[in-house]
Structures are given as C-alpha cells and as structure tokens.
Design a protein around this ligand. Structure first.
Ligand code: 0A1
Ligand code: ZN
Length: 882
C-alpha cells in the first residue's frame, strides 16, 4: 500500500513557468557503474510572471546531487532545499547561470526512463518526464532551450557517441576515453533530448530536400542487424518526400539519425534529429519479419519523422495537449500509409483496431477526453484515446475543411506557431482562421469522453419522392462526466438505388445538388435531413470511410446488409456491411449457444463470402479483410455483458462452418495463390499473401491430412517469414500435436539468436486459444530466451496472453487473473510503465459475469495492497476500483 497518495494534476491549474532556460550545456561522463551529468543552465526570469523573484523549483528524481553553483559560486547546503522530486533555490537576480552535477546509475535503471543501458549501449528516453531522472531541470514542454551536449566514454566499448543536432567537435581523452560534442540549433523542451553511446554500425544514405539541401541519413544498429535496415531507410526517404509534397514540410538539420535499441517501453521516440527506436520498429528483412512487421516499420518511421514538424518545431504547451502532436501525427502517418499502400485496406485496419480497443477504453474506468482534464501519471495517458481517437478528431477536421482547406490551415498553424509550445485550441484556431469556419462546437470532441451513439432512421415517402433521414446522437456517461452535449458529427453518405448505383442528392432546403456523395454535418441532438426528387426508395450507405468515431445504428435488414456487402460502390462500406452482418449473425449465435440450442448458420453469410471470394475484381487484401470474422475482443466490446466462452465457441464454430460450406471455393483460390513465387515485398504480393494465409487458416479447420501436409510444407519451404509464420500459427492453433511441436522446435532452433523472431514464437503460443493456455504461458516464461526486463518479451508473452487469448485468460477459476496480477506486482518495481499498461485487461472487469467480476476485483485489490506501488499502477488500479 502507498503511504502517501500521489497528486492529481489539473489542466485548469496550468500557468507559465517562473523562469526560462535559454541555454542548456550538458556534459555526460559515462562509466560502467555510474554516470556524472554536468549541466550549465542560462536561466532567466519569465518577465510575464512579474518582477518579484520567486524561488526556482527544478524537477529531479532519483538523483544524487554532487555540486550546485550559482554564477560560479558553490551553494551551501542551507541555501537550497531538496526533496524526492525537487530542488528549490533562491536566485538573487533575474538572470543567472546555474551549474549542477548529478550522479546517476544507468546500469540499474530498469524502468527505461531517463538514461539507461540497453544491452551494451547507453540510451535515453525522456518523454514525458524522464529528463528529471538525468539532472535537475524545468522538465516541462513549454520550457524550450538550446542544447549543447558533450558525451565522454570509453572509446573501445562506446565508439559511437550521439546526441541531438549537428556534431561540432570530438577528440581523445586520457585512459582510452573519447568525447564528442553535439549542438542543436533548434530550441526544444527537455523531453526531446537524446543521447546514445555504443558499439554500433551505421547504414548511411542521403536525401535531397525540396530546396536542394543534402541531408545525411543514418541508421545505427548493433553489428548483427546491419542487413535489416534497408526497409527503414527506404521508408524514411519516402516519408521525407511525402511530407514535402503533402504538407510542404522540409527537414531542417543537416543530419537525421535513427538508433535501434532492444529494450524500449514504446515503439519509438522522435527526439530532435536522433530518433530512438524499439528495434522491432526498425529491423525488417523478408527472412525474419512478416509483412505486418514491414508495414509497422514503415508507419513508425514515418510517424517519428513527421513529428519533426508536428511535435518538435511546434510542440505542446503542457502534457494535457499531448494529442496536439500525437493525434495529428497519427493522422499524418495513416494518410502516408494509405498513400503508400491501399487506402481502403489501411482505413479498415485502423477502424478495426479503434473499435476493438479504443472504444473499450472509452467505455471503461480509464475513459478520458482526447485532451484530458487531469492525470496522476502522464505516462498513463499515452493512450488509444489520445493517439487513435485524437487522429480521428483530426480526420474529421480534414473532412470538414476539405483537403485544400485543411492544408491551408496546417500551413497557417506551422507558420504561426513555429518554435512555440501551444495548445489544441491553437491548432483548431489556425484551421478556423484559414477557412473562415467556426469550430466552437466541434471542439467538444477534445473535452468530452466516451463513444457517441448515432441512431439513424430512414423514412420513404413514395408520393413525395422524399427520403427522410433522422439522426439522433447521444453519448453515455464516463467517469467524471455525466451530462454530455451534442457534437459535430460529419456523416459521409450516399443513397443507392435498387441496382446499387448512387443517386443524385438534393436536400429539401437547399437549391444546388450535392452530387452523389456528400458529408452531412450533424450538429444537434436530433436532426432531420430530407432528400427530394427521388424516383425510387433508396438504401442509404452511411458513415462511409467511418467519417466519425461513433457507434452508428440504422435499421438495416439482413438482406439490406447482404445487398450493401455486394453492391455498395464504396469499398469501405462494402466491408462494413459484411462486418455488420457477421456481428449480427455471431450475436444471434451467442444467444443460441447460451440457450443450449444448436448453432444454425445463416446461409446469407455463406452467400456473401462466396461472392466476395469469387469476385476477380476485388483486391485480395480486401477479400481477406471481408472474410476475417470480427475479433473476440470486438464482440466483447459490443456486448452489454460478455460471455467469453460463448463468444469463443461461436466464433470457432462459425469459422469451421464457413470453412466447410466454402471449402471448394476457398481451396481453389488458395491453390491459385499458392503457386510458388519468388518473394517480392510490393503491395500486390502482400495482398496475395494476406488472402492466401487467411484461407490457410480456414482450410486447416477441415482437418484434412492433405491440407496439414501442405501447411507443414509451407512452414518448411517458405521463402519469407510471412508465409512461415502463418503456417506456424495455423499449426499451433490446430489439434495436430506432433506437427505443431515439430514446427515449434524447428522454429526455435532456427531463430534462437534473433530476439525479434523469438518474440513471434512466444506470442503465437501465448495467444493460442487451444486449451491449457495458462500452463503454456507459465512454461514459456521459463524459457531461456524470456526476460521480464525486456518489454518486447513481456508484451509477447504476458501481453499476448491477457489481451489476445481471452478464453484462457478468463478461465473460470480466476487463475489467469492471478497470473497477470503476479506479473504486474513484479513489474511494478522493475518497470512501472509496463506494469501499468498490463493492467488494461483487468480494468475491463465490469464487462464480465458476476463470478469473474469478483475474481478480477480480488486481483485489483491485491495489486492495490502492494507495498511501494508506483504512481503509474496506483492510478490505473485506483480508478478501476472507484
Ligand atoms: N512520442 C512517442 C511515444 C513515446 C512516448 C513515451 C515514451 O516513453 C516511454 C516513449 C515514446 C511517439 O509518439 O512515437
Ligand atoms: Zn507520436
């Protein structure tokens, strides 16, 4: 149990800092058992806060203060105050220089915040509040300073010494040590500071910017990974070009560096000129990485690169504004990925992810607005709401302004706020000013939590030739927000005739036609749109492209859905109709299962899938998306009270039934796609592999010996990891014990020296819904390649089990919950951020039956009673129990 309650921080309490730090000079002396950090800070009174000189309160945690001098005069111990989080001193003038030396122990830093060691390398992670674990500082994003950094270390063990900006000098020291100095000309907040020292090799390339400047591009990795950087480098160059073309943004330093590290809490970090990446988001080679991993590398490289403008040149005033940079940058990276691959498939993937995960967050105890009002630990707010829903909010702004208007708005935003730390309001204001719009009501999306409901109804008046579309919006209460106000919901839609063709759209109260597709701006709790001049009853195609992150309902019949799935000219909505049909069918089957009735398959679903499978015009990736059933997690999210056993059983049964009913069609397509081909990474080949392997999963359910043999053959003969891993997944989820064990053993033998490939091996097993999941996971944790200190391993085993293996995690005796709580309690002291993230499945306890609720609460109580609970875990557990 915590002795003191951690403090809640409120947005309403924001005020500017009392002091600024114009310049920051850092010198790091790195040793094996400690590091010394010398800082010289040029500090100035913030004139806007008045003339009187208040105390200077610097942030600092887990630091040993070695020396402290003000304008070169060493301060005596009675002239400053130290507590666990601050150093307070009392300046005698409005401008002065502070010199501080601290001692830290990177080698013992298992939280991976601040300066730490990953393998043999020193690296940093300062966002959000890690810099205060390096030295005393005004560690807040509105304090922007020019940094100069010198790193001193042993030359043999750390030949590469990096920091932000440009390299300006280097040299030798006594006793085999060397140094390098880096200067960053762009003022930045401390969270963008970075340092790396290690024995690394580099892959180099260059990029010529739109104004003709040559940029030196470097990716630094450990020597054994040298061959796996090509894709990241290509992605980087594509991102740089794309940001010039689509947003007019040019890179600003002469050098851009990426460093891959194995131990990292998140995906990657956009430090100025020196991005530090989880190796899983850099390394990719067809032999070792799946197509999915390739896509992730492309999007994360783009994301971090795009932050150079949306985040670094224009940064956040305070951490409540996190979505200012994250929502916008996720939106930018999704646009980029859509442009590089299939935009519709990318949108389907994003929407699938949002609905299964962010909607669940929005319905749980950690629900918060895109711009939260308060937090205890900011690390807990790097959430799906801030990132993904934040991106949806920016996407709606894009829809409302139109592509050209949006670009005008972002141009104004970057020009107006370059070099500043600003707010979400400033972003919206720039869009308003550039487009002459009033977005006051729209801004409720930033302050109101919860997933809005949009209930739509249509009425056809044959005599008048009118179709009335009635929209009713509401939003369920969320913690701390009971009364919700109407939002602005952009609804992209069309009306289809009986042939599936789009009809011309004429609103009763407007003169001009809206063409055949339009965006209706829903602004009121209830609103009616009347379409006139229609010659036949239309079928509406609504919320195309998922134009707003809402739960929309319309009283479609199953036949309507079948029609839309086959004929909607909009690809996204064809997928959506098939999904909705599958959801409805599965929900019906769950009810049957609960009543102990036999599960009867709706033939219309077979019919839709068959027509999709045999439609030669469809992109194979689209076919794969359409025939993939809604996930268990999504079915849980949709349920009032989720019966996970019934959901699992229904989904598995339905898969088997579909596999049987469509066996010949599936086999034919699969055989056509399985003709051996040289590996190529292009989008069309990725799409073919995606469909081929989705079909393999279905075909394996027939348990035919031939298919199993073909699967084993694919596993052995595959010329790429996508196919090999898909075969492994199919075997691991099959009842063929012998082939399964053989494949697992062979895979581990072959890839034991490749940590990222072993992560796949772990997660395939941890996520398998086959019986005995918990015991399997416990055994995996004893494997020599498992390591609780490596976040990727924790995610691959514990995370995959608790988040993706719902039947096993939720076993009725509660052992899955107890296991997760054990890991959280251990990780609470090793790595609080990772511990807090693992809490997510337990926060969802209200979704389950009373028996499971009690068991989950029991584990939450047990975590709550743990000694020395970190603020990270405390916040999640206390809010879950509230
Ligand atoms: N800003 C990074 C994400 C990030 C946030 C916090 C971190 O600390 C553990 C690390 C990375 C991004 O959006 O990519
Ligand atoms: Zn980001």
């Amino acid at each position: 149990m915590r002795t003191e309650q951690p403090k809640t921080i409120y947005l309403k309490d924001y005020r500017q800092p009392d002091y600024w730090i114009a310049e920051t000079h850092l010198t790091f002396e790195l040793f094996e058992d400690h590091a010394l950090v010398h800082s010289r800070l040029a500090v100035q009174r913030n004139a806007e806060q008045g003339k009187k000189l208040p105390p200077l309160v610097l942030d600092g945690q887990q630091l040993q203060l070695i020396s402290l001098a003000l304008d070169d005069v060493e301060l005596s111990e009675d002239s400053y105050q130290l507590d666990a989080d601050h150093l307070t001193l009392h300046p005698g003038s409005a401008e002065f220089e502070l010199a501080i030396t601290t001692r830290i122990e990177p080698q013992n830093n298992t939280a991976l915040e601040g300066l730490y060691k990953s393998g043999g390398m020193f690296c940093t992670q300062c966002e959000a509040e890690g810099f205060r674990k390096i030295t005393y500082y005004l560690d807040r994003p509105d304090v922007m300073s020019r940094f100069t950094t010198t790193v001193i270390a042993d030359r043999g063990d750390y030949p590469v010494l990096l920091s932000n900006g440009n390299p300006v000098a280097s040299g030798e020291h006594e006793a085999g040590r060397h140094w390098a100095t880096w200067e960053d000309p762009f003022p930045k907040p401390a969270y963008l500071f970075a340092l790396v020292a290690g024995d690394l090799v580099l892959i180099q390339d260059s990029f010529t910017t739109m104004s003709g400047r040559d940029i030196d591009l470097r990716i630094y990795v450990e020597p054994e990974n040298r061959e796996q950087c090509g894709h990241a480098m290509d992605s980087l160059k594509r991102s740089m070009r794309w940001d010039e073309e689509v947003y007019g943004r040019e890179y600003d330093l002469d050098i851009f560096m990426i460093v891959a590290v194995n131990d990292f809490n998140m995906g990657a970090m956009e430090n100025k000129g020196l991005n530090i990446f989880n190796s899983s988001c850099v390394l990719a080679h067809p032999d070792t990485a799946t197509d999915l991993a390739f896509q992730r590398v492309e999007s994360v490289v783009a994301h971090e690169y795009f932050h150079n403008w949306s985040g670094n040149r224009v940064t956040c005033r305070d951490w409540f504004q996190l979505s200012l940079k994250e929502g916008f940058t996720v939106f930018r990276d999704s646009q980029f990925s859509g442009d590089m691959n299939s935009a519709t498939v990318k949108r389907i993937e994003d929407v699938t992810f949002l609905r299964a995960n962010q909607f669940a967050e929005d319905a749980g105890p950690m629900a918060h607005p895109v711009r939260p009002d308060s937090f205890i630990e900011i690390a807990n707010f790097y959430t799906l709401t801030v990132y993904e829903k934040g991106s949806e909010v920016v996407g709606m702004l894009h829809t409302l302004c139109g592509a050209d208007g949006f670009r005008k708005g972002t141009d104004l935003y970057f020009e107006r706020h370059d070099g500043q730390a600003v707010t979400c309001d400033d972003f919206v204001k720039a869009l308003e000013d550039a487009n002459g719009l009033d977005l006051t009501r729209f801004k409720r999306w930033y302050s109101q939590a919860g997933t809005p409901r949009l209930e739509m109804n249509g009425h056809w008046d044959a005599n008048a030739g009118e179709f009335r579309l009635l929209c009713r919006q509401s939003c369920p209460p969320t913690p701390g927000q009971t009364d919700k106000q109407p939002l602005v919901i952009p609804l992209r839609m069309a009306l289809l005739d009986s042939q599936g063709a789009e009809m011309s759209l004429q609103l009763a109260d407007e003169t001009g036609s809206r063409g055949t597709e339009t965006v209706l701006a829903i602004t009121e709790a209830e609103q009616l749109f009347v379409f006139t001049g229609l010659r036949e009853e239309p079928l509406p195609s609504l919320l195309r492209g998922f134009s707003a992150p809402v739960k929309m309902t319309y009283p479609y019949s199953r036949d309507d859905r079948v029609f839309l799935a086959k004929h909607d000219p909009d690809g996204f909505n064809r997928w959506e109709a098939a999904q909705a049909l599958a959801v409805e069918v599965m929900q019906g089957l769950v009810t049957m299962a609960q009543a102990g009735r036999p599960l009867m398959l709706d033939q219309r679903m077979v019919d839709v899938y068959r027509s999709v499978l045999n439609n030669p015009e469809l992109d194979p990736a689209m076919v794969a998306e359409i025939i993939r059933l809604p996930s268990e997690a999504y079915m849980v999210e949709l349920a009032e009270q989720a019966d996970i056993d019934a959901i699992h059983k229904v989904r598995e049964t339905l898969r088997a039934e579909l596999a049987q009913a469509l066996h010949d069609d599936m086999l034919a397509v699969w055989q056509r796609l399985s003709v051996p081909q040289p590996y190529t990474p292009d989008a069309a080949s990725v799409a073919r592999r995606s469909l081929k392997n989705t079909l393999l999963g279905y075909l394996m359910l027939s348990e035919s010996e031939e298919i199993v043999a073909a699967c084993v053959r694919q596993f052995i003969e595959a010329n790429n990891m996508t196919d090999r891993q898909a075969a492994l997944v199919a075997l691991v989820n099959s009842p063929f014990e012998e082939q399964k064990q053989a494949a697992l053993a062979e895979f581990a033998r072959q890839w034991q020296d490749y940590p990222l490939v072993m992560d796949q091996w772990f997660s395939v097993q941890a996520a398998s819904g086959q019986p005995g999941g918990l015991e399997r996971v416990q055994a995996l944790m004893q494997h020599p390649a498992f390591n609780l200190r490596n976040p990727n391993k924790v995610r691959a085993v514990v995370g995959a089990f608790a988040n993706q293996n719902l039947v096993n995690f939720h076993r009725l005796d509660g052992a899955g919950y107890g296991f997760l709580a054990d890991q959280i309690i251990t990780l609470n002291s090793l790595n609080p951020q990772i511990a807090a993230r693992l809490m997510t499945p337990l926060t969802r306890w209200r979704k389950y039956d009373p028996a499971r609720q009690a068991l989950m609460q029991e584990q939450l109580q047990r975590i709550m009673a743990t000694d020395d609970l970190s603020a990270d875990v405390y916040e999640v557990v206390s809010k879950s129990l509230a």
